[in-house]
Design a protein around this ligand. Structure first.
Ligand SMILES: NC(=O)c1ccc[n+]([C@@H]2O[C@H](COP(=O)([O-])OP(=O)(O)OC[C@H]3O[C@@H](n4cnc5c(N)ncnc54)[C@H](OP(=O)(O)O)[C@@H]3O)[C@@H](O)[C@H]2O)c1
Length: 259
């Protein structure tokens, strides 16, 4: 059966790795054409070539740091002048930086998380939403987290940024009420990506330990759920999804083999 999003134009932020990369691959399999944004151009180029050659999708890439408001607006305007507004925007770019307690934390880490996860998501949404509303169609999917529902020691600011994403998803959805635009939130639990490697500044052993003995979600699992959300009929908004591996009960309850 042809997916509903076949032929649509979908933009993904943070498409160079992990969940964003898997969503890009999945949407191309569903027949969408892609615009991929991230900071690492080599990764984007490699992914675009692979997706285009395996699926026949039209794939454009652009180096955009979502923290850079001017760059986001310039690139969004350039894209829209050529293609019109994307049908789909996936706000996925994000990170955790460190796991220090509030009283010990590095302020630069706070800035990276808040600027990327909160302000970056807002900049991208603000750049495309007016054209989506004018066209009376569009779907924005914000990748939040279970960390937007529960907090843990050393996670205050990352969690705060994801609580903010939750509020922004709900609030934007109210703001577009009565238009043909939908805003959905997909909120994963633990997913095995480069997330922990980034969080711990490249410390591979510490990152590996996060996933040891458990069976976390894979990025493709999240992409599967995003595909379900995107392919719902236009009169349905799957507004809010929490997706956990069956090894995770809450942010504090993770089953580990032998545990
Ligand atoms: N992994 C988990 O357990 C988990 C759970 C729940 C939610 N999430 C959320 O899922 C999203 C994706 O994370 P992931 O697990 O896939 O991590 P990842 O493998 O580290 O991928 C993060 C992506 O975000 C991009 N990115 C980071 N900062 C950016 C910026 N300033 N501008 C543009 N792109 C930027 C990175 O690309 P460049 O470095 O090339 O820019 C990369 O493509 C994040 O929002 C994260 O908070 C993750």
């Amino acid at each position: 059966m042809t997916a509903r999003i076949a032929g649509q134009l979908a933009l993904v932020t943070g498409a160079s790795a992990g969940i964003g990369e898997a969503i890009a691959r999945r949407m191309a399999r569903d027949g969408a054409n892609l615009v991929l944004w991230a900071r690492r151009s080599d990764r984007l180029a490699q992914l675009a070539e692979e997706i285009a050659s395996t699926t026949g999708a039209n794939v454009q890439t652009c180096v955009v740091d979502v923290r850079d408001h001017e760059a986001v607006v310039a690139e969004a305007d350039r894209l829209m002048a050529v293609t019109g507004a994307p049908d789909i925007v996936i706000n996925n770019a994000g990170l955790a930086a460190g796991m220090a307690l509030v009283q010990d934390a590095d302020v630069d880490d706070w800035n990276r998380m808040i600027d990327t996860n909160v302000k970056g998501l807002l900049f991208v949404t603000r750049a495309f939403l007016p054209a989506m509303i004018a066209r009376d169609s569009g779907h924005v999917v914000n990748i939040g987290s279970i960390a937007g529902r529960q907090v843990y020691p050393g996670g205050s600011v990352y969690c705060a940024s994801k609580y903010a994403v939750q509020a922004l998803t709900e609030g934007s959805n109210l703001d577009v009420l009565g238009t043909g635009v939908r805003v959905s939130g997909v909120n994963p639990g633990m997913v095995e990506t480069e997330f922990s490697l980034v969080r711990f500044g490249g410390d591979a052993a510490r990152a590996r330990a996060v996933y040891e003995g458990t069976h976390p979600l894979q990025p493709e699992d999240v992409a599967e759920v995003v595909s379900f959300v995107l392919n719902a009929p236009p009169h349905i908004n799957v507004a809010d999804v929490i997706v956990l591996s069956n090894s995770q009960g809450s942010i504090h309850h993770i089953h580990r083999d032998g545990g």
